[in-house]
Design a protein around this ligand. Structure first.
Ligand code: PLP
Length: 433
C-alpha cells in the first residue's frame, strides 16, 4: 500500500471523510488524495515521494511559490522570539499599514485568521453600521462557511433564501437574499422590493469559486451605486483576488480606474502567505464601529498572530510589480496551452479569465452565472485531472475551482505542464464520449 493510501485510510478513522476541508478529498474527481509533505518553488512532493508541478498553491496563498527564502526567514526570525502573546505586536501594525498603503478604499483593517471570519465579521459590521438585517449574496459566490453565507437561492427574487447546509436555520437563511450572479435586473428588483432593509450586498470581486466567472462590465459598479443609493454597504470579497490579480487586488484593476469604491473589503489567502491571516477593512467611519472603538463586537485569540503576520508581511513585501508581471505572463501561457490542446482533441470548452485567475468550462457557450456553470459536462475534467496527476502536475481536484500559478512557475515548470497536456486531453476527450 502506498503511504498516500495508508494515510487516507487512517485519516478516515479519525477525521470526517479523511480531510479537514472537503475539496481535498477528491470527491468530484475520484481516487485517493495525495498527502503533500513538502514544497519547493512551483513543486510539491507527496508522501510517496512523487513530485508535482503545483497548480493549487494552497488555493491561492503561495503566490511566491513554496519556501520563498524571504518568507521563511521572516517566519524563522519571529519563531525565534516566540509565537503568540495575546498582546499587540509590531507585525500587526506593519501588515495593516501595507494593506492600507496598497488599497485606497481601506483606511483601517482588522486582522482575523480566515476568510470565513473576515466576511462574517464584515457582515456583522455592516448590519451594526446600518441598523438593518438583510444581506444580498450571489448564487455560486463563496464567502466561507459562516451560517448566513451558506444560503442557496430561493425560488424567486426576494423570496426567502434556503439553508445550503443542514445546521443553518431557516431563520438565518431568511435574512440572506440570494440572486443570480451578473443579473442586473434581479439586483435592481430586490432593492426596489426591500431596499430599505438591506444592510449589505456581498460579492466576490470576480466570482472564482464556481470556476472563474468574471463580472460583466459595469456589474460591480452597479452594485456599488445601487447600495449607496439605498443606504446599504457593498462588501467586496477579495479573499481570492486580493493581492493576487495585482498589487491592490481587483480593487486596483477595476474599482479605482472606474472611480467607484466598495465600503468594506475582505482579504485572505495571499495576505497570510500560507499561514492563517485574513483581514477586512474599509473607511474609518465604518471600521470605527468595531470594538473597542465602537459597539460591534469582534475578537480573536490568535488574531494578528506574530508568526502568521510575519509570513503575510514578507509575502506582500515581495509581491512586486515584477512578480505580478511573471504571474500574469505564466498564467496566460498555461491557459492558452491548455485551451489549444483541448481544441486539438476536439473538446468543447470555455477558457474563462479574471486577471491572472483562470479555469475551464466544458461547454459551448461562455458561463456568466452558477446555473450555466452547473450545466457543463463534468466527466472530462476527472479524466484530465488524473492524467495530469499521473504525469506529475497537481491541478485543483474540481472543475469548479480556479487554477493558481505562482511567481516561481518558471519555464521549466511550465514545460512540464505543457508536455503533459496532449495525453491528458486525449483522456478527457475519451471520457466525454
Ligand atoms: C477562500 C475564500 C473564502 C474563505 O476563506 P477561508 O480562509 O477558507 O475561510 C471566502 N471568500 C472567497 C472569495 C474565497 O475564495
Amino acid at each position: 500500500m502506498t503511504d498516500n493510501l495508508e494515510f487516507f485510510e487512517r485519516a478516515a478513522h479519525v477525521t470526517p471523510g479523511g480531510v479537514n476541508s472537503p475539496v481535498r478529498a477528491f470527491g468530484s474527481v475520484g481516487g485517493t488524495p495525495r498527502f503533500m509533505v513538502s514544497g519547493n518553488g512551483p513543486y510539491v512532493t507527496d508522501a510517496d515521494g512523487n513530485t508535482y508541478v503545483d497548480l493549487v498553491g494552497s488555493w491561492g496563498p503561495m503566490i511566491l511559490g513554496h519556501r520563498h527564502p524571504a518568507v521563511i526567514a521572516a517566519v524563522e526570525d519571529q519563531l525565534a522570539n516566540g509565537m503568540s502573546f495575546g498582546a499587540p505586536h509590531p507585525n500587526e501594525v506593519l501588515l495593516a499599514e501595507e494593506i492600507v498603503r496598497r488599497v485606497d478604499a481601506v483606511d483601517e483593517v482588522r486582522l482575523v485568521s480566515s476568510g470565513t471570519e473576515a466576511t462574517m465579521s464584515a457582515i456583522r459590521l455592516a448590519r451594526g453600521f446600518t441598523g438593518r438585517n438583510k444581506i444580498v449574496k450571489f448564487d455560486g459566490c463563496y464567502h466561507g462557511h459562516s451560517d448566513s453565507l451558506l444560503v442557496a437561492a430561493g425560488s424567486g427574487v426576494a423570496t426567502l433564501g434556503l439553508p445550503d447546509s443542514p445546521g443553518v436555520t431557516p431563520g438565518t437563511a431568511a435574512d440572506t437574499i440570494t440572486i443570480p450572479y451578473n443579473d442586473t435586473q434581479a439586483l435592481t428588483q430586490v432593492f426596489a422590493q426591500v431596499g430599505d432593509e438591506i444592510a449589505a450586498v456581498i460579492t466576490e470581486a470576480s466570482a472564482a469559486n464556481m470556476g472563474v466567472v468574471p463580472p460583466a462590465p459595469g456589474f460591480n459598479k452597479l452594485i456599488a451605486d445601487t447600495c449607496h443609493k439605498h443606504g446599504a454597504l457593498m462588501i467586496l470579497d477579495e479573499v481570492m483576488t486580493g493581492f493576487r490579480v495585482g498589487p491592490a487586488g481587483w480593487y486596483g484593476l477595476e474599482a479605482k480606474p472606474e472611480g467607484w469604491a466598495p465600503d468594506l473589503i475582505a482579504f485572505g489567502k495571499v495576505v497570510g502567505g500560507g499561514l492563517p491571516v485574513a483581514a477586512f477593512g474599509g473607511r474609518t467611519e465604518v471600521m470605527d464601529q468595531l470594538a473597542p472603538a465602537g459597539p460591534v463586537y469582534q475578537a480573536g485569540t490568535l488574531s494578528g498572530n506574530p508568526v502568521a503576520t510575519a509570513s503575510g508581511l514578507a509575502t506582500l513585501t515581495y509581491c512586486t510589480d515584477e512578480v505580478y508581471d511573471t504571474l500574469n505572463r505564466q498564467s496566460r501561457a498555461i491557459a492558452e496551452a491548455v485551451s489549444a490542446e483541448f481544441d486539438k482533441a476536439g473538446i468543447a470548452h470555455q477558457t474563462q479569465v479574471a486577471g491572472n485567475l483562470f479555469s475551464f468550462f466544458f461547454t459551448e457557450t461562455p458561463v456568466t452565472n452558477f446555473t450555466e456553470a452547473k450545466r457543463q459536462a463534468t466527466e472530462p475534467y476527472g479524466a484530465f485531472f488524473h492524467s495530469m496527476l499521473d504525469q506529475g502536475v497537481s491541478l485543483p481536484p474540481s472543475v469548479f475551482e480556479s487554477w493558481f500559478v505562482s511567481a516561481a512557475h518558471d519555464d521549466s515548470a511550465l514545460n512540464k505542464v505543457i508536455e503533459a497536456l496532449p495525453t491528458a486531453s486525449q483522456a478527457a476527450a475519451q471520457a466525454s464520449q
